[in-house]
Design a binder for this molecule. Structure first.
Ligand SMILES: C[S@@+](CC[C@H](N)C(=O)[O-])C[C@H]1O[C@@H](n2cnc3c(N)ncnc32)[C@H](O)[C@@H]1O
Length: 615
């Protein structure tokens, strides 16, 4: 199941290599896969094929992909023990081996954002003193990652980044700037940064000390082998190589001898046979001084000039052709002496005879820019210049026609234009982001105001509740007071009632109290004994409706009279007591008055005697 997945992965690497010339096929697979997975996750894709299609449609994704794969972790004096060793053992040895006053060439390969190269610079400056350092040390610092190189060229670091630099060196070689530190110019100028792909580009040559830490470890053993033989080519006899503490030279131990295994410092083995390879290409950073052999210097210079050049004499015949012209237009040595108009060159890529005429007429060089030239390597763009040639005495000798290939320059111009447009787009995006931020800010402001209002409302509601609470408390207190008063009154009433009940109970005559509606309000115990009706049966009933041994109707007039405020005479009525015995009953009537002297009812007091006893 893993096989097809790996194939898809390899296809993806090949696609990246072919589309962008960036060859990751030499990198260790597990780490490469992890980095790629992360990238795919962040764009929401699952398979390598999907991601490849995505890359085809989104060229900008390449930048993110490279950033994700090229791990730029670095630091000043990273693994300080190794740098201490370099300062104390390797640098003195190097200086001792080198002829007095000679230049030393150092190379930091995989320099990331420059900390490694600047660490070397500080150590050498410290060992040599500023003047000698400036005159003798040249540090080449290379990486494949352009963004990291751009950072390195700035030489500006944060406080945290420079905190690893020993305080005395920091004091001496860094200047504080806004939010950090910048390396002093005299040190910065001795370091030359450039892009160099360790897998594809030629190494720097004649190097005395090569530091390449924590870079080899990203490559497969095969790729490591290739890089190490390039390093061997790069180093001078007995030149030093320092790698990272986790890195070993594995199969290439024949090319290097350990100088200190623990600190991973090696010396190029002078006896080792370097594998056959082409002479190291001219390093990109610094042109090598080639010596030209044989022939006249001028003729050789003309022949090797980087632009194609043709010389035409005053009779219109080809007087000279250089290598570039032969290569570009397929001309041959035999074409020398032929009339220009007989050659294809006279009308392709431009109409040369008319430009030559114009030059002769105006006596000055004529330039024809941006001439299209289809070649085997694709469409090229040429700048053609026709210049008059005159002798020292001012006599016309002919014209020189030069064809300068400006395709790369045009490409750069296009790139510049694209970059300018991207910058504009980025600026517009920034602008719109700023506007969005402002809107968001305003919204936040208004939300904040709303919240403040709500808060105020809550505050006032709270205050209201607090007030209500206090009001309730006070009402409660009032109620409690009233309650106390009521309780006292009730006690009083109960006492009075008990007092009255006791009086009523102790009067031997029957006492009956009726209200204004003639309802029985009080019925004393002697009344109950006399008429055989209990108080609870009598009270509340209309007195005139009571079914007792007394002819109550006979009392009606007298009761009414009492209720109107009169005081009627006592009445004597005949009736029967509870045992049915005939009795003579004397009833006296008294009004029941309120404290305001209103008549509220009538008090009837009855004394009865048995009739037979009365006879
Ligand atoms: C982990 S950093 C090491 C930085 C520094 N040498 C150190 O040890 O602190 C690895 C560096 O190797 C660079 N690199 C990766 N592939 C490379 C290649 N093919 N050629 C040159 N540099 C490469 C990366 O861009 C990165 O900056």
């Amino acid at each position: 199941m893993t096989e097809p997945r790996d194939l898809a992965f390899e296809r993806l690497l090949e696609f990246v290599r072919d589309a962008r010339g960036f060859d990751f096929t030499g990198y260790k697979r597990p780490s490469l896969m992890r980095r790629l997975q992360r990238r795919m996750e962040s764009v929401g894709l699952e398979t390598y094929d999907e991601y490849r299609t995505y890359l085809e449609g989104e060229p900008d994704e390449f930048v993110d992909l490279f950033n994700s794969i090229l791990i730029n972790v670095t630091a000043f004096f990273r693994d300080s023990e190794a740098w201490e060793f370099l300062g104390q053992e390797v640098i003195p040895q190097l200086l001792e081996n080198a002829p007095r006053g000679s230049q030393l060439r150092l190379w930091s390969a995989g320099c990331s954002s420059g900390e490694e190269a600047y660490t070397m610079a500080m150590l050498f400056a410290h060992a040599l003193g500023d003047d000698e350092f400036r005159n003798r040390i040249k540090i080449y610092a290379t990486d494949v990652d352009e963004e990291a190189l751009a950072q390195a060229r700035q030489a500006t670091y944060t406080q945290k980044q420079v905190s690893a630099v020993p305080p005395d060196l920091r004091e001496r070689y860094f200047q504080p700037v806004d939010h950090g530190y910048v390396l002093r110019g005299e040190l910065r100028r001795c370091v030359i940064f450039g892009r160099n792909d360790l897998l594809q580009d030629a190494p720097i040559s004649r190097v005395d000390l090569l530091v390449s830490r924590n870079t080899l470890m990203y490559f497969e053993p095969d790729a490591q082998r290739r890089i190490l033989s390039n390093f061997a080519f790069a180093l001078k006899r007995r030149g030093f190589l320092m790698v990272g503490k986790a890195e070993a030279l594995q199969s290439r131990t024949d090319l290097f001898e350990p100088f200190d295994l623990k600190r991973r410092v090696f010396v190029r083995n002078p006896g080792a046979e370097l594998p056959m390879r082409e002479r190291p290409a001219v390093p990109r950073l610094e042109p090598e001084t080639d010596e030209v052999e044989g022939g006249s210097l001028t003729a050789a210079a003309f022949e090797q000039a980087p632009v194609a050049e043709v010389v035409v004499d005053p009779t219109g015949r080809v007087a000279a052709l250089n290598h570039g012209a032969r290569l570009m237009f397929g001309l041959k040595q035999e074409d020398l002496g032929r009339r220009l108009r007989d050659l294809e060159l006279s009308y392709r890529p431009i109409d040369l005879p008319s430009s030559i005429e114009q030059t002769a007429a105006e006596g000055r060089a004529v330039r024809i820019p941006d001439v299209a030239w289809p070649s085997r390597n694709g469409d090229r763009s040429l700048d053609v210049q026709v210049s008059p040639l005159v002798s020292s005495s001012g006599e016309p000798l002919g014209v020189s026609v030069s064809f300068t290939d400006v395709t790369r320059f045009r490409g750069l111009q296009d790139d510049l234009e694209t970059a300018r447009r991207s910058l504009e787009t980025a600026y517009e995006e920034l602008q719109s982001t700023v506007e969005e931020l402002e809107t968001t800010n305003e919204e936040l402001q208004s939300t904040n105001e709303e919240l403040e209002t709500t808060n105020e409302e809550l505050q006032s509601t709270n205050e209201e509740l607090e007030t209500m609470n206090e009001e309730l408390q006070s009402t409660n207190e009032e109620l409690e007071t009233m309650n106390d008063e009521l309780r006292e009154r009730t006690d009083e009433v109960l006492r009075t009632s008990a007092f009255l009940s006791s009086i009523l109970a102790n009067i031997h005559q029957a006492v009956i109290v009726v209200d204004r509606q003639l309802r029985v309000a009080a019925w004393s115990r002697p009344a109950a004994d006399l008429w055989g009706l209990r108080a609870d049966e009598a009270e509340g009933e209309n007195f005139l409706n009571l079914d007792i041994g007394l002819p109550v109707g006979e009392l009606r007039t007298a009761i009414r009279a009492v209720l109107t405020g009169d005081e009627p005479e006592d009445l004597v009525v005949h009736g029967h007591n509870r045992r049915g015995q005939p009795v003579v009953c004397t009833v006296s009537f008294t009004p029941l008055r309120t404290f305001r002297d209103d008549v509220e009812g009538a008090i009837l007091v009855m004394s009865a005697e048995r009739e037979d006893a009365a006879v």
